[in-house]
Design a protein around this ligand. Sequence first.
Ligand code: NAP
Length: 344
Amino acid sequence: MMNPTEFSPLPKEERLTRPLNRVGHNMCQQRWYRGRTLFRPCDERGFCIDWHLNQRTGGKFMSQRETYCLIGAGAMAEAILSGLLKNKRASAEQIRLINRENADRLRQMESAYGIRCPRQKEKAIADANTIILAVKPKDMDQVLKQYKDDIRPGQRVISVAAGISTSFIEERLPRGTTVIRAMPNTSSMIGRSATALCGGAYATEEDLNSASATFSSIGSVVRVEEKDMDAVTGLSGSGPAYIYYLVEGLERAGVNAGLSHPVARQLTLQTLVGAAHMLLETGEDPAQLRHKVTSPGGTTMAGVQSLADHDFHQTLITAVKRAQKRSKELASPCPLRHCADDPV
Ligand SMILES: NC(=O)c1ccc[n+]([C@@H]2O[C@H](COP(=O)([O-])OP(=O)(O)OC[C@H]3O[C@@H](n4cnc5c(N)ncnc54)[C@H](OP(=O)(O)O)[C@@H]3O)[C@@H](O)[C@H]2O)c1
């Protein structure tokens, strides 16, 4: 949810008397300028209109005329657009989807979600407020070359391509174009992504708020500095696979201890879900929760001690570090080097 303290209130007397220029497409996006200074429409307390709408809808107001064009119609694009629809961040009329050539995929998406996949790709891009680049990193250069004339400053360009920097995109688009880089993970398919995002050279606070709202429809969002994006890739980008690996290991351990595989799976999964909810709902530190369930000399202590003896934490630290390093290698010095690879 937006923080009301981020908005500049326009003094009441000036709001009533001074003529202001209004730009932008709708109530949620409009910007008010006096001279060269940007103001937002606020109430007496300085709470902007977006904040009020968010309050009323629990942070899920639908911006009536915000229009999205997703370039790329793969798994990630589907996760994002289904999240936008499910959370009523956008209606089907507000979403356009285009790809390179797979017409069957577009027809399938049209019938599943009621969105439009127009033949006139350039127009779909030019008409959108927010353009989401959901293509593989290796295709990014070509996509930007292909559509650079249809993108203009004032539109928001959000890339989810792993390893592609905001400057890489900015250099290929008209000067001043807002670029935001986001790193969701595969749990976005069920609206449970852990997404990190950062802004490029021209992204404003408002742009970042808007991008955060977009990605909050497919899970949680944190803002980071761009230099930390490789660490994000190593932790939450690759993280679901670490957890799957952990589950595989616990299942094997259960079977090894004498349980049937279905029973071991059910117990492992519910233990994972329960522990995750305990962390989220109590807000307690994981170490605190662990201490609470670990009686001296008890069974849990024996198990945890064995993990510690085998450097469990150090193993995880090494895993994230290696993935972070690999992300750096694949993304630099030229993002085009990883022609056949996707860092995630
Ligand atoms: N999957 C994840 O969990 C995950 C997590 C974080 C980030 N990401 C990022 O998300 C991006 C997309 O991943 P994905 O798994 O959704 O990929 P994907 O399933 O391979 O889809 C890629 C899409 O890009 C389209 N495309 C390629 N060139 C194009 C062009 N010139 N013009 C228009 N469309 C073009 C393809 O169209 P055609 O099919 O017609 O060729 C296809 O629809 C990647 O950059 C990846 O790094 C993914």
